[in-house]
Design a protein around this ligand. Sequence first.
Ligand SMILES: [Zn+2]
Length: 146
Amino acid sequence: MTYVRAIDPLPLESPDHTKLHEFYAKLADGRLTTTACAGCRRTAWPPRGFCPDCGSDRFEWVDLPREGTIHAFTIQEAGLPAGFAAPRVFAIVSVGSHRIFSIVSGADAGQVAVGQRVTFQPLRVADGPKESPRWLVGFTLSEGKA
Ligand SMILES: [Zn+2]
């Protein structure tokens, strides 16, 4: 299939497109990670190749907790990009000290609530250029309620 960037709303994840490509490779391996500044140890979300606190551009990858809590959410029922079924739950998920904007998959939209526990579950999305597989951060509702 021909890749058409003009209608592609997803990140370009390959080493050709981002110095943070390892983030996506780790997503594909089932790991939720972010950058930790090699200078001052500050962690960032989203991952950053440059530290706004100390100015360093050296960083390493650290794993984040796989469990989080829904801080806020919204449900989109129409106008979703091609390949995304409605309704779609978008949430801000508290993970450790970070708040991560994400998709909550497999949830009955009427059952989602602030404070619910969610579990990291990377989301496979449409291929990128050169038919490279792509992944986004995603969560599912955890078993039981918070
Ligand atoms: Zn720093």
